[in-house]
Design a binder for this molecule. Structure first.
Ligand code: FBP
Length: 262
């Protein structure tokens, strides 16, 4: 049996990572559907929901809010990230070290790698430093594996997403976060390519509860261990309600229709 570094951010081998790095990645526009979500306190509270196995934030929010939630929330500290104000080939600034993440009490670190970008080589080198630093501090490593850049014609194709999943395994991630490739079959292939690394489905913005939960359910059936979502939770009118349904779909493998009726 391989050692499983991601146990601290999983429950029964499954995970729901609540992502909240949007203030950096996309800016305040992401909080407009639900203005109270601009307040990080609202999201740290949300992360205490039983369905949430970790909260992914940047260093600044962890410093300001995590001390009050350390007993209730598992921290997944994002080590790199870039704003939407910057234009160019996909790249992501390293904002924090693994050592400092450990000091802040992180259970895991998160790192974006844009395979296929003109900056892929330096990003892979930066990932090496983060990954090895995380190993020294027994923190799990979650790779946001988002192949994109001018060399890629279709970054959402099943082949590209499977390649992204495999990059995670090859470079030493414990969990690889990939976009949903459109079908359970394609997700199954990505999971297979990731080998012993866990695969979680990334979110996006799906307004239809049932369609969103159907994708989640398909991903779980295909072998994904969970999801990493932000907007699909905090942009909804009732974020707690979708978390209740996700708890049922991910951890109890309840069908979406039934989960929505709970
Ligand atoms: P969502 O569930 O809201 O899509 O968030 C997942 C995430 O990976 C965030 O962690 C990140 O801020 C965002 O997507 C990046 O999205 P993109 O680079 O695709 O615009």
């Amino acid at each position: 049996m391989l050692p499983h570094a991601a146990d601290d951010i999983e429950r029964d081998g499954k995970s729901l990572i609540l992502a909240y790095d949007h203030g950096l990645e996309h800016g305040p526009v992401d909080f407009e559907p639900n203005p109270d979500t601009a307040d990080p306190e609202r999201i740290f509270e949300l992360a205490t929901h039983e369905a949430v196995t970790s909260l992914a934030v940047q260093k600044g929010l962890a410093e300001a809010y995590y001390p009050d939630y350390a007993d209730e929330v598992n921290l997944l500290l994002k080590l790199n990230g870039t704003s939407n104000l910057w234009m160019g080939e996909p790249n992501s600034a390293v904002n924090c070290t693994a050592e400092y993440a450990a000091e802040l009490g992180a259970d895991a670190v998160g790192f974006t790698v844009y395979g296929g970008s003109n900056h892929e080589v330096e990003m892979a080198e930066e990932f090496r430093e983060a990954q090895e630093g995380a190993r020294e501090h027994d923190m799990a490593v979650v790779m946001w594996s988002y192949p994109r850049g001018q060399g890629l014609r279709n970054d959402g194709s099943p082949d590209v997403i499977s390649y992204g999943a495999r990059l995670g395994l090859e470079l030493g991630a414990d969990v690889v976060k990939v976009k949903y490739p459109g079908s359970a079959e394609a997700m199954g292939h990505a999971v297979e390519m990731a080998g012993p690394a866990d695969v979680v489905m990334s979110g996006g913005t799906m307004r239809d509860d049932k369609a969103f939960l159907r994708n989640v359910s398909n991903a779980i059936d295909a072998g994904a261990t969970g999801i990493a979502v932000g907007r699909n939770v905090f942009q909804r009118d009732k974020p707690e309600r979708i978390l209740d349904a996700l708890e049922a779909v991910i951890f109890q493998e309840v069908e979406p229709d039934e989960a929505l009726a709970i």
